[in-house]
Design a protein around this ligand. Sequence first.
Ligand code: PRP
Ligand code: URA
Length: 215
Amino acid sequence: MTPPIFDHPSLVVFDHPLIRHKLTHLRDETTGHRAFRANMAQIAGLMVYEVTRSFMSETFEVRTPMTVTSGSRVRGEITVVPVLRAGLGMIDGILEIMPEARVGHLGLARDEATLQPKAYLNKLPRDLDTGPVILVDPMLATGGSASVAVRMLRDAGASDLRMICLVAAPEGVERMRADHPDVTVYTAALDERLNEQGYIMPGLGDAGDRLFGTT
Ligand code: PRP
Ligand code: URA
């Protein structure tokens, strides 16, 4: 995999031909929900390999058929937390790479007029502090939802946190930097700006609606 571009310690923008190719399908307005779903899951799977590089490992003794040697495993339980609804579209791709991960759920809906997120679900595993946590939401627009989600995760005990998204706006990146400078944001693309309605430009439209065919 081509190394991602490290623009800033807390932002990683992926630069990979396959990810660009699949993201273009997501941007294309003629892509239906079936292909949209498949491409979103695939990009998430490709990204998670690099995202998990930041996980801490520990060594332990393992017995091979020949001898005893030193093995390695991720330290603690891995937890993946999609923000409903759109984050669900990335989960299958991530779980394919890490089937052992636990899945917590946060439900947040952005008010279309005020652009403020409203929380409607908080279902997280206990002892989030015991291992790495990945927050998953394809869209980082104003950053309001991501910032609240990180706050909810911290309140639940998470400390080793990172976020994976597909399309980020500079405004959202700035918001995360200001509110949660220690949380690295991994994104497949950094777009130009937000429009007056708070949508990412050029973006891909409403991710949740396109994923679930509710447009
Ligand atoms: C979308 C998206 C993020 C949020 C981003 O969800 O999935 O959660 O908007 O916007 P922000 O950065 O300005 O907060 P939405 O609230 O539309 O809910 P949905 O996934 O159920 O459609
Ligand atoms: N939420 C989306 O689904 N898309 C955007 O462009 C902004 C917020």
